[in-house]
Design a protein around this ligand. Structure first.
Ligand code: ADP
Ligand code: GN1
Ligand code: MG
Length: 379
C-alpha cells in the first residue's frame, strides 16, 4: 500500500482538510491498520483507517452492519450516562462520502475509518495486576452494554468461530494432507493436541444443550484490544469489533485469561517463561466479575476456570493448523512463528492444568464476596 493509494482512500471519507501522512500499525494478525493524519488549515487530526481482510471476513458489508449497530447501541447508552465520554469510550466510525460507513476501492477492498482515541495506549503483554483487572472490567462492561441488544439482529461474521470440535476436525484434515511437509517439525505440538481432544466439546455441548446461554460477545478479547488511558491507566475503550456476534461469555473470559495472566508474549520461545500467574488471574477475574456478576449464571461461573484452558487450547490449535497449512491465515513476521505461537499456547494450557485447584479457589473466594458494586452504565 503506497501513500498515494492511502490518500485516495482518505478522500473517500468525510474528513475536513488534506491528507498529511500515514503510518502502518503492526499489532493485529488479520486486518491492515493505519494511523492517518489530516491537516485542516494547520490543525492536525488523527484517524484510524482499516482495510478489512476479506479472506477472513467473507461478507464485509454484513460485518459493517454489525459494527454500526453495536457502536450505535453503546454510544446511546454512554450519552445517557453522566461522566461518560462517548467520543473516547467507544469506536466512532467516520461516514464515507458515498454514504454509509465504509468504502469499497476499485480493486474491491473494503475500508473503514474511525476517530483516533488519543492519550491512550495498548498493552501487548500484561505486567501488572491492575492491567488484568482493567481488561477484565472493560470486557465485562462491554458484554453488559450489549446484553439488551437482540442477538438475532447480528450476523455471524465468521461462522463456527469458536467451535473447538470443528477446529479440531479441520486440524486433523490439514495434518493428513501435510501439504507443506511440516508435520515432522511439529510432532510435540501435534501430540499435545491429540492428548487434549477429549475436552474440545465441553462449551459447544453446553451451549447446544441450553446449559449456558448464547449472548452477544466480543470473541477476540485479547488484552491488546483494549485502549488504556495514559493518565489514569484505566481501560477506556474496547476495540476490534469484527467478531462481536452471538457467542459464549466463557470463550470471552477464557481469551482474557489466555492474554492477561502470563508475562510471556504470545509467541514466546522460552517455554519456561510461559506460565499462569495466579495474582494476575485473581485480578482479571475480580475486574470481570465486577461487571459480569449481575448477569452470569451459576453454570457459567462454574466453567470460568475451564474456559481459560479451552480457548488457549483452541487458539493454539488454530496456530498449529495454520503452520501446517503454510501460514495462510495469521500474519507472520518470521519463519516458524505460528509453530512458536502454538507451542506457547500449549505450554500455557499445561500451566493452567497444574494450577487448576488454586484457580478454582480464587473464583470461589470471589463468588463469596458480597455487595459487588453496581455498574455505572444505564441500560
Ligand atoms: P486488528 O484486527 O488488526 O487487531 P485493531 O482494530 O485491534 O486491529 O487495531 C489495531 C491497532 O490500532 C490497535 O492495537 C490500536 O493500537 C490501534 N487502534 C485501533 N483503533 C484505534 C482507535 N480508535 N484509537 C486509537 N488507536 C486505535
Ligand atoms: C486474531 O485480529 P487479532 O490479531 O486481534 C484472531 C483471533 C485470535 C488472535 C490470536 C478474526 O486476532 O481469533 O485469537 O488473532 N482473529 C480472527 O492472537 O481470526
Ligand atoms: Mg486487535
Amino acid at each position: 500500500m503506497t501513500e498515494h493509494d492511502l490518500k485516495q482512500v482518505f478522500f473517500q471519507f468525510a474528513v475536513k482538510g488534506d491528507f498529511a501522512g500515514a503510518q502502518l500499525l503492526k499489532v493485529g494478525h488479520i486486518n491492515d491498520t493505519y494511523l492517518v493524519e489530516s491537516d485542516h488549515n494547520g490543525t492536525r487530526e488523527q484517524f484510524i483507517f482499516q482495510r478489512i481482510n476479506h479472506f477472513v471476513f467473507r461478507d464485509p458489508e454484513r460485518l459493517m452492519a454489525n459494527f454500526e449497530k453495536i457502536t450505535r447501541h453503546i454510544r446511546a447508552k454512554l450519552e445517557k450516562t453522566p461522566g461518560c465520554n462517548p467520543d473516547r469510550e467507544t469506536l466512532n466510525l467516520l461516514h464515507a462520502r458515498s454514504g454509509g460507513c465504509f468504502h469499497v476501492s476499485p480493486d474491491r477492498d473494503y475500508w473503514r475509518a474511525y476517530r483516533f482515541v488519543g492519550d491512550a495506549h495498548i498493552v501487548n503483554v500484561a505486567t501488572k495486576p491492575e492491567e488484568a483487572f482493567e481488561a477484565g472490567r472493560a470486557f465485562g462492561c462491554f458484554q453488559k452494554l450489549l446484553s439488551d441488544l437482540d442477538a438475532s439482529s447480528l450476523h455471524e461474521t465468521i461462522p463456527f468461530f469458536h467451535d473447538t470440535p470443528r477446529r479440531f476436525a479441520r486440524f486433523k484434515q490439514v495434518l493428513e494432507n501435510d501439504t507443506h511437509g511440516r508435520a515432522r517439525e511439529a510432532r510435540d505440538a501435534i501430540a499435545f493436541a491429540f492428548e487434549h481432544e477429549p475436552m474440545a466439546a465441553v462449551i459447544t455441548d453446553a451451549l447446544a444443550g441450553g446449559r449456558v446461554p448464547l449472548r452477544i460477545t466480543h470473541n477476540d478479547t485479547k488484552i491488546n484490544n483494549v485502549l488504556f488511558d495514559n493518565r489514569t491507566g484505566k481501560a477506556i475503550c474496547v476495540i476490534d469489533l469484527d467478531t462481536t456476534m452471538p457467542g459464549s461469555s466463557l470463550y470471552d473470559f477464557g481469551d482474557m485469561v489466555r492474554t492477561t495472566t502470563s508475562f510471556a508474549a504470545e509467541d514466546e520461545r522460552d517455554l519456561a517463561r510461559v506460565k499462569l500467574e495466579l495474582e494476575m488471574f485473581r485480578a482479571l477475574a475480580d475486574g470481570y466479575l465486577e461487571e459480569a456478576w449481575d448477569f452470569l449464571t451459576p453454570q457459567e461461573l462454574d466453567l470460568l476456570v475451564f474456559s481459560g484452558r479451552l480457548i488457549t487450547f483452541t487458539i493454539g490449535l488454530r496456530f498449529l493448523t495454520d503452520f501446517l497449512e503454510g501460514d495462510v491465515y495469521f500474519r507472520v513476521h518470521r519463519p516458524d512463528q505460528n509453530l512458536d505461537r502454538a507451542r506457547a499456547q500449549f505450554a500455557l494450557v499445561r500451566s493452567m492444568e497444574n494450577l487448576e485447584k488454586a484457580m478454582d479457589e480464587c473464583i470461589q473466594t470471589l463468588r463469596g464476596k458480597a455487595g459487588r458494586s453496581a455498574s455505572r452504565y444505564r441500560s
